[in-house]
Design a binder for this molecule. Sequence first.
Ligand code: GDP
Ligand code: MG
Length: 178
Amino acid sequence: NGGLNDARNLRVKLVLLGDSGVGKSCIVLRFVRGQFDPTSKVTVGASFLSQTIALQDSTTVKFEIWDTAGQERYAALAPLYYRGAAVAVVVYDITSPETFNKAQFWVKELQKHGSPDIVMALVGNKADLHEKREVPFQDGVDFAEKNGMFFIETSAKTADNINQLFEELAKRLPRPSP
Ligand code: GDP
Ligand code: MG
């Protein structure tokens, strides 16, 4: 495969999960294209976007990013979507406790049905809306810690912590032996 999955170059499937409206598509577009479009209702769609990250140790990770086209409403379809994913990014909106509850549901689902060595991140998005915050930072920290996940708050709008999120995920991937 052109050396894509040797010890220095990984290619992995990444899925995003979380309620509709939490900013999954915006996170992807910010990461892949460096853009934020507040009016865009567009979801990346059936095909995926990919983006490669180079780490300090000169290894590279190519993320093949699957964004849902609104299927987040149909929990029954989710297993098809996250099958084979090496990375799952579970997103909520820090202004919405309902979306935080839903994120916890997705984490439990992934623990039950995802690949056993899946790398998961819990992401509190829309951190720029701190005046409307309803989910305390510490609640995210605590839930992630209990579930062995990486936690970060991001803003797709300001780009805050978006690259850091993907970099940290890349670092946490299990490496094939050389
Ligand atoms: P998805 O349904 O999870 O894919 O959510 P979208 O990416 O479509 O975003 C839903 C809405 O939230 C859009 O109106 C975005 O402009 C807005 N949004 C996304 N990320 C942020 C963010 O970090 N900050 C703010 N203020 N708004 C955001
Ligand atoms: Mg979307």
